[in-house]
Design a protein around this ligand. Structure first.
Ligand SMILES: Cc1cc2nc3c(=O)[nH]c(=O)nc-3n(C[C@H](O)[C@H](O)[C@H](O)COP(=O)(O)OP(=O)(O)OC[C@H]3O[C@@H](n4cnc5c(N)ncnc54)[C@H](O)[C@@H]3O)c2cc1C
Length: 335
């Protein structure tokens, strides 16, 4: 039985490990578009800060995949799912077949129109490669602008202030897809960010960015303020990476729609992690997670159910993103 997993993040790897535990002879392939060994995305701010190195952000879950007989195919972006023939096409022209498929493609940051341009100063904050680019750019003179509504923007501010960069956080309206930091808690975290020296422009937007010199760009806000800077970091919400499913027959809302067993609308196709969304629930709570621990838990459950299990997903507060490896993320945001 061939198990194909799209995405080498925590959900995909946890599923692969669980499938192996259940079936010693199962064929297991993980195909992911990133080119490096699996790494711990939550430690990317520490990579920018210089508090973590490439080796220390490797995901321990991914360390022994080859020994466990899991094939990891890197640099493979799924571009089409052919359900009739149970095959996935990849951007490099290759194909992989499956008996059971897991979609664990996570999310990518939503990019606002004004930032959809190729300028060296504009950097997305999502991957290891992004973090290394931000770190390099943070070494230039000039300040940084962070754009985003929530937790990832808090983390970007923390990392950049740690590099001694002057930071302006342009914070648009509330995140759209469910967010645990609100009310008094949010106010107190914003105070911490301010106390660390970042200026916060709440409820504002970026309307234009242009290049003024090789290392300097200018950000224009909706309120008419011009901010010269050497770095503009996009730290927006991660929107499920599901574009390749168009026309496949798998039902998609904002994310891949799943039931409590993480089954999609299509036979033998499951979804887990940041790309998944519970069918029939309101948008704010339908998003199963944002968070590392929840992605692992979902991957494990999907792996069980892909190998004959019949267990429902139980969403618990502590599986949201409050803690990672035992310490509080809110404490981290306040560091
Ligand atoms: C900077 C940053 C900091 C974060 N900090 C925290 C934190 O402190 N705590 C916390 O709990 N969570 C944090 N998160 C969120 C956490 O990383 C995610 O919730 C988690 O990684 C989701 O896991 P996943 O396996 O669903 O998806 P991902 O980790 O996103 O993995 C999906 C993989 O699939 C790949 N992929 C996407 N599309 C395709 C395709 N078409 N074909 C093949 N491969 C594809 C992606 O490139 C990626 O490698 C952070 C995220 C970021 C970006």
């Amino acid at each position: 039985m061939q198990h194909l997993i799209l995405g080498g993040g925590p959900a995909g790897i946890a599923a692969a490990r669980t499938i192996r535990k259940a079936k010693s002879d199962a064929g297991i392939v993980i195909a992911t578009d990133e080119t490096e060994a699996p790494y711990l995305r939550p430690l990317l701010p520490d990579l920018i800060l210089g508090e973590a190195r490439d080796e220390t952000i490797l995901d321990p879950q991914g360390a022994d995949l080859a020994e466990k007989g899991v094939r990891l195919l890197t640099g493979r972006r799924a571009v089409r799912l052919d359900m009739g023939n149970r095959k996935v096409d990849f951007s490099d022209g290759t194909q992989e077949g499956y008996d059971v498929l897991l979609i664990a493609t996570g999310g990518k940051p939503e990019i606002p129109a004004a930032l959809k341009k190729e300028l060296p100063a504009i950097r997305v904050f999502d991957s290891r490669r992004d973090a290394l680019g931000i770190k390099e750019r943070a070494g230039l003179p000039g300040g940084a602008v962070v754009y985003g509504p929530g937790y990832l923007a808090i983390e970007a501010c923390r990392a950049l202030r740690g590099t001694k960069k002057k930071v302006v956080w342009i914070k648009p309206d509330l995140p759209k897809y469910g967010y645990p930091i609100a009310g008094e808690l949010e106010a107190s975290i914003l105070d911490d960010v301010r106390n660390r020296g970042a200026r916060i422009m709440e409820g504002d937007e970026i309307v234009h960015v242009w290049e003024k010199g090789p290392d300097t760009s200018v950000v224009l806000t909706r309120g008419g303020v011009e901010i010269p800077c050497s770095l503009v970091v996009i730290a927006t919400e991660r929107v499920p990476s599901v574009g390749f499913l168009a026309g496949s027959g798998v039902m998609v809302g904002m994310g891949v729609l799943v039931d409590d067993f993480l089954r999609t609308s299509a036979p033998n196709v499951y979804a887990a992690g940041d790309c998944a969304e519970f069918a029939g629930k309101p948008k704010k709570v339908g998003r199963i997670n944002f968070g590392w621990r929840s992605a692992i838990k979902q991957g494990q459950l999907a792996g069980e159910n892909m190998t004959g299990g019949n267990r429902r997903f139980g969403s618990e507060q502590e599986n949201y993103f409050w803690a990672l490896f035992g310490f509080s993320l809110l404490d981290r945001a306040r560091k």
